[in-house]
Design a protein around this ligand. Structure first.
Ligand code: FAD
Length: 356
């Protein structure tokens, strides 16, 4: 089909990554169109929206956090200012240690190479939680209202005629020497920001994706302060009004994305163990994280088809990684700047094959 419209980039997907990719293009004044299928549930819509600088049972710093976190905070504030909404909130994580082992782990980290941890007065939290193993806290944590951000950005794209609500199928994509075309749109490059959908199309399906299912409950907890995040065996994250997001699971092996009774029972049992306040479960949500076996994003151009780019594989850390790596991809495509080697798609060029 003859293309009737020309833009520099087509973006597939408007979850967290597609939102950031299009925001950076918009800020740079570069033309683009976003294709998003609203009937496909995004991981972003069920994510708790937390950026936490430490991770795991040993409470160690996450990868590149000293670079990525300040950049992400500035960018969430900037997109909020552009859309005239408040997206990001600094919200320390209050740790309600679930065991003696976790309490010891916290004390150890407090004494060794600690930047983010600090002590808490347990009496401040005793009206809300049972705390047989004491408390602690993590600084420099942030909570973002991702649904508000993606909805307002979608409205912005729509009112500027930059969003096409449609299902993208690779069979409809034409690749030529000058770029790509899809339906009646021609572009120099197409950027795949379509989460787990990239596992299905021919160009990137050999990447080591390892989708991971996550479930969460939405719970009403009247009286629990909404300016903190709470973490025991489960996390309680402010969601909306007096609602909290409670989760999550990390399942590498699953048959479908439906909610499970076993997860709900597990969450209720945990809440009963550590929460002093009455609560009511109002919803049960699930999503599939676009994770991968290397725990590093896929960012860059296809080595055999430089008209195709990808920014994907954000796993459990999309909130902090997406603003930074979409910007790196933009600077790579526009200015030839290098991509962080651990994230660069080039590391996987041996497994990206020609599509016949
Ligand atoms: C329960 C849960 C909790 C989480 N909590 C956090 C957290 O607190 N902090 C954090 O950093 N990360 C968290 N994550 C991870 C985070 O959600 C992901 O890293 C991130 O949302 C991935 O964004 P994405 O844009 O790559 O994918 P997605 O959000 O899945 O977006 C993909 C988009 O592509 C569109 N699409 C797909 N296929 C097509 C097609 N064929 N045609 C057109 N459009 C298409 C979809 O409609 C969607 O809008 C959580 C994930 C889950 C499941």
């Amino acid at each position: 089909m003859q293309a009737t419209e020309k833009v520099k980039y087509i973006i597939v997907g408007q979850g967290l990554v597609g939102t950031w990719m299009s925001y950076h293009l918009e800020s740079a004044g570069i033309s683009y169109k976003v294709i998003n299928d609203p009937s496909i549930q995004s991981a972003t819509s069920v994510a708790s929206g937390v950026m936490n600088p430490v991770t795991g049972r040993r409470i160690v710093q996450t990868w590149m956090i000293e670079t990525i976190l300040p950049y992400a905070v500035a960018q969430y504030k900037a997109i909020g200012a552009k859309l005239n909404i408040h997206i990001i909130q600094c919200a320390p994580i209050i740790l309600i240690h679930p065991s003696e082992q976790m309490q010891e782990s916290f004390e150890y980290r407090m004494a060794h190479e600690n930047i983010y941890l600090f002590k808490q007065d347990p009496s401040k939290w005793s009206p809300y939680f049972k705390m047989p193993f004491g408390t602690g806290a993590i600084n420099d944590c942030y909570w973002m209202d991702l649904n508000m951000m993606t909805t307002h950005w979608k409205n912005y794209l729509q009112s500027n005629k930059k969003l096409i609500e449609a299902h993208f199928d690779c069979k409809e994509l034409t690749i030529n020497d000058n770029g790509v075309s899809w339906n009646n749109i021609a572009a120099e490059k197409i950027i795949f920001c379509d989460g787990t959908n990239s596992m299905n199309h021919p160009y990137f399906k050999t990447l080591p994706f390892a989708p991971n299912k996550g479930e969460a409950l939405i719970v009403k907890v009247p009286g629990l302060p909404t300016n903190h995040i709470y973490k025991n065996n489960v996390s309680l994250v402010p969601w909306e009004g007096d609602l909290f997001w409670v989760g999550s699971s990390y399942e590498w092996s699953f048959n479908d994305s439906t909610p499970t009774a076993s997860f709900k029972e597990k969450m209720i049992s945990s809440l009963n163990q550590f929460l002093e306040l009455p609560y009511e479960v109002v919803d049960h949500i699930t999503g599939i994280r676009p994770a991968n076996t290397q725990r590093r994003p896929f960012v860059g151009l296809h080595p055999l088809y430089p008209q195709l780019a990808i920014c994907n594989g954000m796993g459990t850390k999309g909130c902090s990684l997406a603003p930074y790596f979409t910007h790196q991809l933009l600077e790579h495509m526009e200015l030839g700047k290098p991509i962080e080697p651990e994230a660069d798609l080039n590391r996987l060029k041996a497994i990206l094959k020609e599509v016949k």
